[in-house]
Design a protein around this ligand. Structure first.
Ligand code: TRP
Ligand code: ZN
Length: 475
């Protein structure tokens, strides 16, 4: 029952790659350079959003309101042609600013239609507009680029971003892979709406986030248009390409469902995908109304990937998911997607909650109770990996998908439930999803909300389960 979707990724967790360690050295230097040199023309935007786990992810000095991505992918040559138009607002006077983009060749950048200067510095695309941007100014930056996208290797050794498959690409950007296929403000503290226009060879399907806004075939190519209206973090964007069977329907609540399934996974996926409407209805009953106007699944055949991702409105699976994985990825639509992270350190707000949703699903559908799942985990000896670090403070980007984040994160919620009782507990889950819907949340805000809803002092509980090192004593 606990996290069966990540065995491959977890195995890789133990492997700390040498280049990942070395990569952290220039980071501090780049951050200093980014912060240096205010002039009359304004200050350069910082090279990162200030997240110590991924110091270069995201950028300072602006917020992206909307991404308009036009992509053409040739599945035979693996070549990607892209044009990204970002509508953004400066949050300081800006002499220049960065976008995250790794690899790929940039052929032109404009700011408000005027050619802008640009240079590349590692994963930073540094843009110098002809005129400094005023604080509060809305501006449009257009980037034309092309090349063969390559995934990025994360500190835990897993690959994310644009990952080629035998018939297209599996596209999943958590935590930092968005920059492998579009120029992004790639930190979850910045969320935006998106339009995608993706052209692929006829016979292939390109599936992105949100509602399908159009599709047409001409000259041996098909163009798909997708629209993601609700704010989305860059890592949750997808443009997965493959040979898919596509199923579309609308739920009684008016949510547009699109399931795209690789034929090789179709038989195994069918009985699970059939449950999607009832899973979403059950989660809506528990967590509040489904937060998006689109839903669905992308079931790819990508045996080397080793994980699924809760891509917004439509999770992407590397193979046919089992039911608890379907429950997990769709629970993320409330916890992680609609309510976004402000820092990667708080990742338990995503993974602990989605894992606890699995436990609850089992309990309410004739399976093991959450208490039994908790007890089985608690039985593990103090030396077990489960207690290797506290879920509320994983310590580095290398640990964000570790067992403590998922399982001890869920145990934290179970202890909260035992302490405040079912009525208050379910009120807390719902209030969290509702009050932060389409916005952000932090661990501290969650603790405060739980205290408010329960009328209890919960500092000790959260200290013990979220932040204390080692196996907690039984209360
Ligand atoms: N967030 C994903 C899930 O829990 C897991 C995941 C995404 C992941 N990217 C990863 C796990 C990279 C390991 C490595 O469903
Ligand atoms: Zn998850």
């Amino acid at each position: 029952m606990t996290s069966p979707r990540r065995p491959a990724a977890r195995r890789r967790t133990a492997v700390l790659r040498r280049e990942a360690v070395l990569a952290t050295v220039p980071v501090a230097v780049a951050a200093l350079l980014g912060a240096a040199g205010p002039t009359a023309a304004g200050t350069p935007g910082a090279a990162g959003a200030g997240d110590p786990y991924f110091p270069l992810s995201g950028n300072g000095g602006y917020h992206v309101r909307h991404y308009d991505l036009t992509l053409r992918y040739d599945t035979a040559s693996r070549h990607l042609d892209g044009r990204a138009v970002l509508t953004a607002r400066a949050t300081q006077r800006l002499s220049r600013f960065d976008l995250d983009l790794k690899g790929l060749k940039v052929t032109g950048v404009t700011v408000d239609r005027a050619a802008a200067g640009f240079t590349r510095n590692g994963q930073e695309l540094v843009v110098t507009p002809r005129h400094a941007l005023r604080e509060g100014q809305e501006f449009r930056v257009a980037v034309t680029y092309n090349g063969t996208p390559k995934p990025v290797t994360d500190p835990d050794g897993s690959a994310d971003g644009w990952i080629r498959t035998d018939d297209g690409a599996f596209v999943a950007g958590e935590p930092q892979g968005a920059m492998t296929w579009f120029p992004a403000n790639g930190h979850p503290s910045d969320t935006s709406s998106y339009d995608f226009t993706i052209t692929v060879p006829k016979g292939r399907t390109a599936v992105a986030n949100g509602v399908l806004a159009g599709q047409h075939t001409a000259h041996g190519r098909t163009t798909f248009r997708w629209h993601q209206a609700e704010p989305m973090a860059a890592y949750l964007a997808t443009a997965t390409v493959g040979t898919f069977r596509v199923e579309r329907y609308t739920t009684p609540d008016g949510v547009q469902v699109v399931n795209a399934v690789d034929a090789r996974e179709a038989r195994a996926a069918a009985p699970v995908l059939r449950q999607l409407p009832s899973v979403l209805a059950w989660e809506s009953k528990l967590f509040g109304p489904y937060p998006f106007r689109a839903a669905g699944s992308i079931v790819d055949h990508a045996p080397d990937v080793g994980y699924a991702l809760e891509t917004q409105s439509r999770p992407v699976y590397d193979s046919a998911p089992d039911l608890s994985t379907l429950v997990h990825e769709n629970a993320h639509q409330w916890f992680g997607d609609s309510v976004a992270l402000t820092a990667w350190r708080d990742i338990w707000l995503n993974e602990g909650f989605a894992t606890y949703a699995e436990w609850l699903y089992s309990e309410q559908h004739g399976g093991r109770s959450a208490q039994k799942t908790f007890d089985a985990l608690y039985d593990r000896p103090a030396s077990d990996n489960l207690w290797a670090f506290p879920p509320g403070d994983p310590g580095s980007g290398r640990n964000i998908f570790g067992t403590p984040v998922y399982d001890r994160g869920a145990m934290t919620l179970h202890e909260l439930r035992r302490t405040v009782g079912d009525r208050a507990f379910f009120r807390i889950l719902r209030a969290w999803a509702t009050e932060h819907r389409g916005r952000h949340g932090t661990s501290a805000q969650f603790v405060r909300l739980a205290e408010r809803e329960s009328g209890k002092d919960l500092e000790g509980l959260f200290h013990t389960w979220l932040y204390a090192h080692g196996k907690p004593d039984r209360a």
